[in-house]
Ligand binder design. Structure first.
Ligand code: G6P
Length: 615
């Protein structure tokens, strides 16, 4: 979604802002802009579409850009008002002396707008953000102090915001404020940064100050001041970012998605590191802060998530119920928050999110906290808002994920659920020791098996070539891989815009079978040795009888499979219960290669955002 970067310093302002926006690009956006303080003037540049357009615009306007010493930049994902130049940020007050960029949604903007119009403000866009520009300008006229004007203004705002404000009359000073939307300050030497997310600043500094809700930061090139909403100084800790800038490079891969798919073996090793080191030792999951007695008595878990994380949650449910016998509900955060739930103080509520910023999940977690539940967060962003709400926090250590379509963060979430489910089973004594040892042994082997899948993708590429022209797919599975079918289909939808549905194989005959013919391929996930193999096989036969083209994703070596299916994608031998951590990989690759053949924008699919900060 939207992204903000601000900079004050002696560096090349345009290039710092542009690099910052480029590193936020993965979040998804439809227009971009920046405002520069340049020799006593505020100069604004905006373009529609990708950042390359802004780059060209800045190139074209080079003669008029003299020596900027500070600036704010923004990428916008339209919420209020269409993606258009007039709606793109930065927005200004009527006279153009004050500029603002904003992430979030101002809920009372209509009332404020009406009031400001009655005072003579001249509105040009349909955005809620423009209201902030006029409001702060109005307050500035009274207070004659930008920080005070921002403070007085944010007191009047309802909703979510991270804002950066500059004024022509106060050169080289940026005021930032936040509520329910992330914002951080990057501390440099003789230069300072402000941004909505760490990738925007990581190329320049690792020293970061995270702002909390209702805090206001004032940055100049030599100073950073943080105050609360009443103006009291807040002493903030400078934290060191754990990531290297290289995380934002494709390292020779054509797309970030492909690079991130290939990182999965190492990601799994990272997640297991220090937690599972010996199959005879219990899982070391000290992150779970409930005491052993509390965990032993636990009989209700609710997992809340969105999108791909919701699919990881479904696998988590299966594992926890299977290993530990604890009843688990899984629900999309957007549904959970608008109904009367049975969450209470004896419920363990698990929030799953790669970004840790998904608005629906944050609201759900806040609701659960209000009911005194213990909240466990599984996230790839231990520095996120969601992580800050956690009683227990399991960071999944997948490293920064740039591609909008989640891949390695999903696998990392799955592995975290394996560890959690085994941990619960060990505390409850619900699993036989030799079974536990086998599972742990297999978990340790997983990265090598995934490396095997990644080392030979020719069958998957061939399958992608053969099937890239189809318009509809059904992915079927049963049991623990049903979530894999959902996730595989979601990956295909997200990046190739092909209609794909994940379906419980046994439900095929209760409806979807009516759609089957030679135009609708069916992809079946078949893992022998478990309880679902034969059943999925006969469901595939049913599809074959309706002339559907069949693709198998299987660890079976049975040659009869080759006779039944048009294409067989083979993975290494794996037990059914652990297979979701491998079966997801060929499906990610299949979606990737199909999208690539179709020439789609793999890393930044249309309409999608990496971090969905609006409900
Ligand atoms: C967006 C992303 C998805 C992600 C979903 C949930 O839609 O494009 O990849 O699965 O949000 O995000 P979260 O960060 O909470 O996992």
């Amino acid at each position: 979604m939207c992204g903000i970067v601000g900079y004050v310093g002696n560096g090349d302002v345009v290039s710092v802002l542009f690099r910052g926006l480029t590193n936020l690009e993965y979040r998804g956006y439809d227009s971009a802009g920046m405002a520069l303080q340049d020799q006593g003037e505020i100069k604004i540049y905006k373009t529609l579409g990708k950042l390359i357009n802004l780059k060209n615009e800045l190139e074209q306007k080079k003669p008029e850009i003299k020596h900027p010493t500070s600036g704010i930049g923004h990428i916008r994902w339209a919420t209020h008002g269409s993606p258009s130049l007039v709606n793109a940020h930065p927005h200004t007050c009527s006279c153009g002396r004050l500029v603002v960029v904003h992430n979030g949604i101002i809920e009372n903007y209509k009332e404020l707008r009406a009031e400001l119009i009655s005072k003579g403000c001249n509105f040009r866009s349909q955005t809620d953000t423009e209201t902030i520009a006029h409001l702060v300008a109005d307050e500035y006229a009274k207070a004659k102090d930008l920080e005070m004007a921002v403070r007085n203004s944010v007191k009047k705002l309802q909703g979510a915001y991270a804002i950066c404000v500059m004024h022509k009359d106060v050169p080289d000073l940026i005021v930032g404020a936040r509520k329910h939307a992330p914002m951080l300050v990057g501390v440099g030497d003789g230069e300072n940064f402000i941004a909505s997310d760490t990738p925007a600043i990581i190329e320049y500094t690792k020293r970061t100050i995270y702002l909390e809700d209702n805090e206001i930061a004032v940055i100049t090139k030599d100073s950073v001041k943080v105050t609360d909403i009443e103006g009291n100084i807040v002493t903030k800790k400078i934290e060191m970012l754990p990531w290297e800038p290289v995380a934002l490079s494709k390292l020779g891969y054509k797309h970030f998605m492909l690079k991130e798919i290939h990182e999965q073996p190492d990601v799994i090793r990272n997640v297991l590191n220090g937690k599972l080191y010996d199959i005879d030792a219990p899982i070391a999951l000290n992150e779970v802060k409930l005491d052993r007695d509390g965990l032993k008595k636990l009989n209700k878990i609710q997992i809340i998530a969105c999108g791909t994380s919701l699919h990881a949650a479904l696998v988590g449910k299966y594992l926890i119920e299977d290993f530990a016998g604890i009843s688990v509900d899984v629900e999309a955060s957007s549904e959970y928050i608008y109904r009367k739930t049975t969450t209470d103080s004896s419920t363990l509520v698990i929030g799953v999110s790669q970004s840790g910023e998904t608005a629906d999940t944050i609201t759900a977690i806040k609701q659960a906290r209000a009911k005194n539940s213990h909240v466990l967060i599984i996230t790839n962003r231990p520095d996120s808002n969601m992580a800050r709400l956690a009683d227990s926090l399991i960071p999944v250590n997948a490293g920064i994920e740039v591609s909008v379509a989640a891949t390695k963060s999903y696998t990392a979430q799955l592995i975290s659920f394996y560890l959690l489910a085994i941990h619960l089973a060990e505390i409850k004594g619900s699993l036989d020791n030799s079974y536990l040892k086998n599972i742990k042994h297999e978990l340790i082997q997983l990265p090598t098996k995934i490396e095997e899948v990644l080392s030979n993708t020719s069958e998957i590429q061939e399958c992608a070539r053969k099937f890239s022209s189809y318009k509809n797919f059904i992915y079927i599975a049963r049991g623990v891989n049903l979530a894999t079918a959902y996730e595989g289909a979601l990956k295909l939808k997200e990046i190739s815009y092909i209609n794909a549905t994940g379906y419980a194989a046994g439900e095929l005959k209760h409806g979807p079978i009516a759609m089957l013919d030679e135009t609708m391929p069916v992809l079946s996930i078949l893992i022998p040795g478990g309880i679902t193999y034969e059943k999925v096989l006969s469901n595939s036969e049913e599809a074959k009888a309706r002339n559907a083209k069949l693709i198998a994703l299987t660890s079976s070596t049975d040659i009869n499979i080759d006779a039944l299916f048009d294409i067989v994608l083979r993975i290494p031998q794996v037990s059914e219960i652990l297979s979701p951590a491998i079966t997801c990989v060929p499906l990610q690759l299949l979606a990737y290669y199909i999208a690539e053949f179709l020439g789609k924008d793999v890393d930044q699919p249309r309409n999608l955002a990496k971090s969905v900060t609006v409900e």
